[in-house]
Design a protein around this ligand. Structure first.
Ligand SMILES: Cc1cc2nc3c(=O)[nH]c(=O)nc-3n(C[C@H](O)[C@H](O)[C@H](O)COP(=O)(O)OP(=O)(O)OC[C@H]3O[C@@H](n4cnc5c(N)ncnc54)[C@H](O)[C@@H]3O)c2cc1C
Ligand code: SF4
Length: 326
């Protein structure tokens, strides 16, 4: 049986206290929300924080406010995001992504904030300490080589959050609180294509809330590939948001690929091909081919590399077509 390492646990009463505690304990401390990802990772010694700062008691992180768009506190559970009537009605891609996370128990415990800050994953990293030690460890933790691409100077672990690509496609903005104060960043600017430094934020910064603009006129979809239709992480995903005017012309398009790199990838070229045009099947398929060029999946997650690569254009085209049918 894998056991948790010894750590001290703090349960702050407000977000200012949480951030102050994190700053005080520095890199020896981590935030924990639902703990559904962090605790298994700690059991495998991927993280060995001496101090954990629990976020579950913080009522400031628990709200959902549907006014001038949607604001969700980072401590709201994934289950709540999946079943909330306003989210289901106005942001169905987000509700669907949340509903496809893992399994019911983990969705009840896991939070949207933890999901958006989720560690990147790799077959050579999400293993026990003994397994990794036998191999000689790797760049991401305790070692100095990447087993997936030995000449790679950076870690290529995979961004595996279901909600992150949707947040980027929905033009969400994240509100962060750190020792230096509060700041807001567009979702697309939080993520970094580096398996180790996958978030462009100071480690002490707490994700407080997620704001998504009003969705009037948006058609949206989220599509996820995984081996089993329960529990499994995505090994390819597509989030898309489109606006179509009364002449059937596309006026706005955002297409984001998940689980094919260390961060969600926005397919800007494909979006440009769609905007200003009626969305015929031919154009959708051409734009999907352009999006697929971005995806360079590595052999470090489930299912074969060439199979995952081949599926990208089909998945993107289907995601767009299904969004238009809604
Ligand atoms: C078997 C299994 C299957 C899973 N399947 C999926 C899946 O299909 N899709 C998927 O997306 N995820 C999956 N997960 C991962 C995880 O369960 C979810 O992503 C969950 O939403 C994480 O939320 P949490 O609150 O439990 O995060 P935690 O485990 O508490 O934290 C995760 C990370 O985020 C940081 N963090 C948490 N909250 C904040 C905050 N407010 N501000 C700053 N940093 C913060 C923590 O320090 C930690 O680094 C799976 C996990 C397991 C064990
Ligand atoms: S991509 Fe390379 S460095 Fe990153 S976790 Fe996997 S083996 Fe380690």
């Amino acid at each position: 049986m894998l056991r948790l390492p010894v750590f001290k646990f703090h349960s702050p009463k407000n977000i200012a206290e949480a951030v102050a505690l994190k700053a005080k304990h520095g890199e020896n401390a981590m935030y924990t929300a639902g703990g559904t990802d962090l605790y298994p990772n700690m059991k495998r010694r991927q993280f060995t924080p001496q101090t954990l700062i629990g976020l579950r008691e913080l009522s400031e992180l628990q709200m959902i406010n549907y006014k001038e768009g949607l604001t969700i506190g980072s401590g709201v559970s994934i289950s709540e995001v999946a079943r909330h009537p306003e989210i289901k009605k106005n942001y169905p891609a987000l509700a669907k992504a949340a509903d496809l996370v893992s399994a019911p128990q983990l969705r009840n415990m896991g939070t949207i904030g933890g999901n958006l800050c989720l560690d990147t994953r790799c077959n050579y990293y999400n293993q026990t300490f003994q397994w990794r030690k036998a191999l000689g460890f790797c760049l991401k933790k305790d070692g100095d080589i990447c087993w997936v691409a030995r000449s790679s100077p950076i870690c290529l672990a995979v961004s595996s959050s279901d909600c992150a690509p949707v947040a980027v496609a929905l033009n969400a903005e994240f509100s962060l609180l750190g020792p230096e104060g509060k700041r807001c960043v567009p979702a697309g600017e939080l993520y970094n294509n580096d398996g180790i430094n996958y978030l462009k934020k100071n480690q002490d910064e707490l994700l407080v809330s997620i704001h998504i603009p009003p969705s009037e006129g948006w058609k949206m979809n989220y599509k996820k590939l995984r081996r089993r239709d329960s529990i499994d992480f995505p090994i390819l995903s597509v989030a898309t948001v489109l606006s179509i005017d009364e002449d059937e012309v596309c006026t706005e398009a955002r297409i984001v690929l998940g689980a094919v790199a260390s961060c969600p990838l926005r397919a800007f070229e494909s979006e440009k091909m769609l905007i200003g045009n009626p969305l015929t099947s031919k154009l959708i398929e051409e734009s999907a081919q352009a999006a697929a060029k971005l995806a360079k999946p590595m052999d470090n997650t489930d299912m074969g590399l060439s199979f995952r690569k081949k599926l990208v254009p089909l998945f993107v085209a289907d995601a767009i077509k299904e969004a238009l049918e809604k």
